[in-house]
Design a protein around this ligand. Structure first.
Ligand code: CA
Length: 465
């Protein structure tokens, strides 16, 4: 298959952008685009990601049309254009296979198995005390994997979710006291009340007793980050991109939420919006009085840090207790950041990368006083997803290492010295050719991965045999 040129990729983005702005209907549905997920995975832009999302959307649209219920979803969308690509007529393809795989890494052989397949763009996961797992699917389903088997019945009800482009049901977290109160938290893109495209991001919680029904569903936080729809100022990409969003509970019992700037960079430095920020709230969504900007005029009090583009990873280091975040940046500007209260992480004034059109970010200075430098950044971009610091027993050679899921079809392992400075990196599991969205260390010490694919999977990495 020919590799896409940058021009071609930009062309694809234009069509995706155009369609997303001209579409109408409750789902923000767009006509199918002629896009190709098997593009140059090292091309360092959102464009490839968005182009492949366009294909995924086309696949979903085709599936909707095939179903009777789809007629309702398609309301207002140009029916003649839906599900019809210009070119190859290729349906969704399982690009993974069944495994298992035995793969070499710099620190030994690993054995990778499929825990379950049949997940549509799985996005986040949470391990339950009994060893089972909850997994979100971006189109808006919450799934249970018990004893390695995917329960066919999704868990609900969920709130109304705007599942458009990169928006949908995103991350999930258990309350720190889950074993007693059975509370689960999830973050999702929320349609605007009058204009669905004028969407934001919200966090809800509910009680889950192990079956398929949630009780006590309650929104605890709606970000002041509405953006998109007719008349919205245009940014650097679709307003249904760059949502974030990850959740992480700290040992302080507080909930940390990472939100992207929705491809409207001005929001990252604007303290009057939650977009492009990492936030900190109590478990009921209220503001902790010691948040860094409480009482400062013009600042929303939930803000913990500013200046983020699309922070797609958020985790507390299990040993140091530090908060770390990966950030999907501009070209050559993907970042790993150590997150500290009240700091500004630069976007869109300071970046190690450049804008996708090749122009410098800000005045081109890669660093500036008052803005935090990333611990790591990648040229070309790596398209980071979530991350974990490995401290389990199964892979002694990985202890203290960071593992990062990457949409550029690899898992990145990074090492650090005792002072926390990076000392080396390795890209692993490239043989599988999958876009990795999430990576976690399981309570059993194995490493679990979600592939962000239409035929998505939950994978487990074990030591080699
Ligand atoms: Ca930055």
């Amino acid at each position: 298959m020919p590799r896409l040129s940058v021009t071609r990729v930009v062309g694809l983005l234009s069509s995706v952008v155009l369609l997303s702005y001209t579409a109408s209907g409750p789902g923000g549905s767009v006509a199918a685009t002629d896009t190709d997920t098997d593009t140059d995975t090292d091309t360092d832009t959102d464009e490839v990601l968005l182009a492949s999302e366009g294909t995924a959307r086309a696949e979903r649209d085709a599936a909707r049309i095939a179903s009777a219920q789809g007629a309702q979803d398609a309301q207002g969308a140009p029916a003649e254009g839906r599900g019809r690509g210009r070119g190859r007529g290729r349906g969704p393809v399982d690009t993974l296979g069944n495994g298992p795989w035995d793969l070499d890494t710099e620190r030994g052989r690993v054995h990778v198995t499929v825990v379950t397949k049949g997940l549509d763009h799985p996005w986040g996961m949470a391990f339950l005390p009994d060893g089972s797992m909850l997994v979100t699917e971006r189109p808006g389903r919450l799934r249970l994997v018990r004893d390695g088997v995917l329960d066919p019945t999704p868990i609900g009800p969920l709130p109304e979710i705007r599942a458009a482009l990169l928006g949908g049901l995103l991350d999930i977290a258990l309350h720190p006291d889950f074993e007693r109160n059975r509370l689960i938290y999830f973050v999702y893109s929320k349609p605007g009340q009058d204009v669905p495209e004028n969407a934001t991001t919200a966090v809800a919680r509910a009680r889950w007793d192990g079956g398929s029904v949630l009780s006590g569903l309650e929104g605890i936080f709606v970000a002041d980050a509405y953006h998109g729809g007719p008349g919205a100022p245009s940014g650097i990409g679709p307003s249904d991109g760059s949502y974030g969003a990850r959740l992480a509970f700290g040992s302080d019992g507080l909930l940390y939420i990472s939100l992207g700037e929705r491809n409207y960079p001005d929001m990252s430095q604007n303290p009057a919006t939650h977009a492009g920020k990492i936030l900190r709230v109590r478990d009921d969504g209220s503001v902790p009085p010691d948040n860094p900007f409480v009482g400062r005029e013009g600042y929303l009090p939930e803000i913990y840090t500013l200046g983020h583009r699309n922070p797609l990873g958020l985790v507390f280091h299990p040993v140091t207790g530090e908060l770390w975040s990966t950030e999907f940046g501009p070209r050559g500007g993907d970042e790993l950041n150590r997150i500290e209260a009240g700091r500004n992480y630069g976007w869109y004034l300071v970046s190690k990368g450049t804008n996708y059109d090749g122009t410098p970010v800000g005045d081109g200075a890669g660093s500036k006083p008052g803005f935090e430098d990333p611990v790591l950044f990648w040229v070309p971009s790596i398209n980071p997803g979530n991350l974990t610091f490995y401290e389990g027993d199964r892979f002694p050679a990985w202890r203290g290492n960071m593992l990062m899921a990457a949409m550029s079809r690899s898992v990145l392992r990074a090492t650090f010295d005792n002072a926390g400075n990076p000392t080396g990196q390795e890209r692993m599991l490239t043989e599988l050719g999958q876009r990795f969205r999430d990576v976690r260390t399981g309570p059993d010490g194995f490493v679990y991965l979600l592939t962000d694919e239409t035929f998505g999977a939950l994978l487990r990495i074990e030591p080699g045999r």
